[in-house]
Design a protein around this ligand. Structure first.
Ligand SMILES: Nc1ncnc2c1ncn2[C@@H]1O[C@H](COP(=O)(O)OP(=O)(O)OP(=O)(O)O)[C@@H](O)[C@H]1O
Ligand SMILES: [Mg+2]
Length: 492
């Protein structure tokens, strides 16, 4: 079925007159152009008079009386006062089409992978109207990612928007890469924004690999490009994803990183004359972030866009304004822990700090219960971790902790996964069920050997901590656990 709405969307914004203005002055990264009455978001061409300089594409980012504030999409060298600026009759659009699959393009849709220009592309609005909330399809269907820790503990649904939060170098990009390769999506659209040039190449060749590339569209804008180009690359990636969604496909959109997009948007806002507000970010940063995130989702009668955004958390501070805004706008967050990464536990997902708000809607009651059991064990282990490390935890004092300690290696190896490994949901589900059954058996064993009164099954008993050497609360349970080989660094 052909959807005409994207075409009407473009026609709605069509500028019937060709407008021109003159560069008056330069204001930071922007130019003040007299006489150019074009709306914000309009594309323009700045024409330097010198023959050595080619026309430069730009965008209207603000206005002041009869003057427009224009930013160049590419380097503004050669632009001088008095240069002509021609407004484009077409609204800002991205060129989209099925032939983009397997390709790497820049923010203007030009291929940067050395292959010929993709064929049969159609323009699509870069900034479409917001989706009518009543046309949105609720998140009801599981989106398999192939990553055990995510599929079991933070199940994703088609159309969900999730953030991946961590400090620098903890594994956000590699986790995105694994998802791009292993997830059950028809098409993957990757926006690499503000990366170093070297990282883009490494990501495309190394992380994504030939397999991942064959069903992906990569839109890349490196940190040395203009901030406007970086912002445009994100919107272009969304437009590509919307094209496939409208064709009924299930799309996984990955944006690395939302923080670098916010930095670019901050530069654009400040150049347009906005006042800096929260930590130097002008208000438009937060408004545009919310708008961008809202473009993902499922629409009745069409496909879906499931979106993952990485968020750099400075100094692991989750209250930082970008992280905070992202957390409230998204349907969940995956927190990566530096402590886990430094132990070589990858993906370094801190399950207890992470939430998938739509997970309950896409899993069965049995799976929900299994997830609860595993979370409870992880929480119990975390509660006694410090005592364990100094050998001050007396086994037998907390049944959940005792089971968690005994199963710790098993739980860790369930949650750990190499980037090459894809774990099908059927495998993950049976591993999870097995782990939970084992926890139950162990708990029953401990209860029977310690006496039902000493080890209640429910609810969770408050931990009773004793110094090593003191008489344990349940001597038989302690004896049983002593038989379990202790983990490295854990006093038996
Ligand atoms: N799943 C993994 N398996 C093995 N090593 C990993 C894994 N994830 C991350 N690492 C290690 O962590 C390093 C940083 O990973 P990555 O580039 O994904 O971090 P990042 O959070 O995206 O960093 P930045 O904030 O700089 O973008 C990798 O080079 C690798 O050494
Ligand atoms: Mg990264």
């Amino acid at each position: 079925m052909i959807h005409l709405s994207p075409h009407f969307e473009l026609l709605r914004h069509l500028e019937p007159r060709r407008l021109a203005g003159t560069v008056r002055s330069c204001r930071g990264l922007a130019f003040v152009v007299d006489g150019l009455r074009m709306p914000i978001g309009a594309t323009v061409s700045i024409e330097p008079r010198g023959e050595t300089h080619a026309p430069v594409m730009g965008e209207v980012v603000g206005f002041d009386g009869g003057s427009a504030i224009v930013m160049a999409l590419e380097g503004g060298h050669g632009i001088a006062s008095g240069d002509r600026v021609i407004g484009d009759a077409m609204p800002a659009a991205a060129l989209v089409g099925d032939s983009l699959v397997g390709r790497v393009i820049d923010g203007l849709g030009r291929p940067i992978d050395g292959a010929p220009a993709p064929a049969k592309l159609r323009p699509r609005a870069l900034h479409p109207r917001t989706i009518n909330p009543l046309l949105r399809r609720p998140v009801r269907e599981r989106m398999e990612t192939g990553i055990r820790a995510v599929d079991s503990m933070l199940t994703l649904g088609r159309g969900q928007r999730l953030g991946i939060f961590s400090g620098a170098g903890v594994g956000k990009s590699l986790l995105l890469g694994s998802m791009a390769r292993h997830c059950a999506a028809d098409v993957v659209v990757l926006a690499l924004v503000g990366e170093r040039g070297r990282e883009v190449r490494e990501f495309v060749d190394g992380v994504l690999g030939a397999d991942g590339r064959s069903r992906s569209v990569v839109v890349a804008s490196t940190g040395d490009e203009s901030p406007l180009m970086r912002v445009r690359a994100c919107h272009a990636a969304l437009a590509v994803a919307e094209h496939f969604r409208d064709a009924g496909r299930h799309v996984l959109l990955l944006l690395d990183s939302l923080t670098r997009l916010a930095h670019a948007q901050r530069q654009v806002g400040l150049s347009a004359g906005e006042p800096p507000a929260t930590r130097g970010y002008p208000p438009s940063v937060f408004a545009s972030m919310a708008k961008l995130v809202e473009r993902a989702g499922s629409i009745e009668g069409r496909g879906s866009i499931t979106a993952l955004f990485t968020v750099l958390v400075d100094g692991d501070d989750l209250a930082e304004p970008i992280a905070d805004t992202a957390r409230s706008a998204l349907d969940g967050h995956v927190v990566l822990s530096r402590a886990l990464a430094s132990k070589g536990h990858h993906p370094a997902i801190d399950v207890l700090e992470s939430v998938s708000r739509t997970a309950d809607a896409v899993v069965s009651p049995a799976e929900r219960e299994q997830r609860r059991v595993l979370r409870r064990l992880l929480a119990a282990h975390r509660d006694v971790e410090e005592l364990l490390s100094i050998g001050a935890y007396a086994r037998g004092s907390n049944p959940d902790a005792d089971v968690a300690i005994a199963l710790r290696e098993r739980i860790d190896s369930f949650l750990r996964q190499s980037t090459e490994e894809r774990s099908a949901w059927s495998t993950t589900a049976s591993m999870l069920a097995e782990l939970c059954a084992e926890a139950e058996t162990l708990r029953a064993k401990l209860a029977s050997s310690a006496g039902a009164a000493a080890v209640p099954a429910m609810p969770r008993a408050a931990p009773q901590i004793r110094r090593q050497g003191a008489a344990p609360h349940a001597p038989a349970a302690a004896a049983h656990l002593a038989a379990v080989p202790p983990r490295e660094g854990v006093a038996a």
